[in-house]
Design a protein around this ligand. Structure first.
Ligand SMILES: [Zn+2]
Length: 128
């Protein structure tokens, strides 16, 4: 999995581990997924804290993504599997698990409280 860690442009939450393995498998087949993986321009990740869309410039720095770039979001199902792999109870809210184990340094927004999961958007979602 990728080695980049970034602060969100919008909420200043710290994404220490991008958890890109929790993007649904079908979306991982999108060529743009590799760009996101390598922190390259051409793909956007929805911030797990504030839901804002984050892309990268040619130097790998987080930027506001360009219109038309494919959007990648975490799948609720995939996050539940990760929660189980972390040894958490299935009754633990994803937001509680995420704050304790995965997205542990929020800025203005706690993680996964207002998040739009991959299951809730069209598979071909792009930056407006
Ligand atoms: Zn954010």
């Amino acid at each position: 999995m990728p080695y980049w860690s970034i602060f969100c442009l919008y909420c200043r939450g710290y994404i220490i581990d991008a958890l890109l393995e929790c993007v649904p498998t079908a979306k991982q087949a999108d060529p743009a997924y590799k760009r996101l993986f390598r922190a390259e321009p051409g793909a956007a990740l929805a911030c797990p804290y504030c839901n804002g869309l984050i892309g990268f410039d040619a130097q790998g720095r987080p930027v506001v993504p360009q219109s038309g770039w494919p959007v990648f979001r975490y799948g609720e199902a995939e996050l539940k599997l990760k929660r189980a792999a972390d040894g958490e109870s299935p009754t633990t809210p994803l937001a509680d698990w995420a704050l304790r184990c995965r997205f542990v340094q929020p800025g203005t927004h706690p993680p996964l409280t207002t998040y739009t999961y991959a299951e809730q958007v069209p598979p071909d979602e792009s930056v407006p």
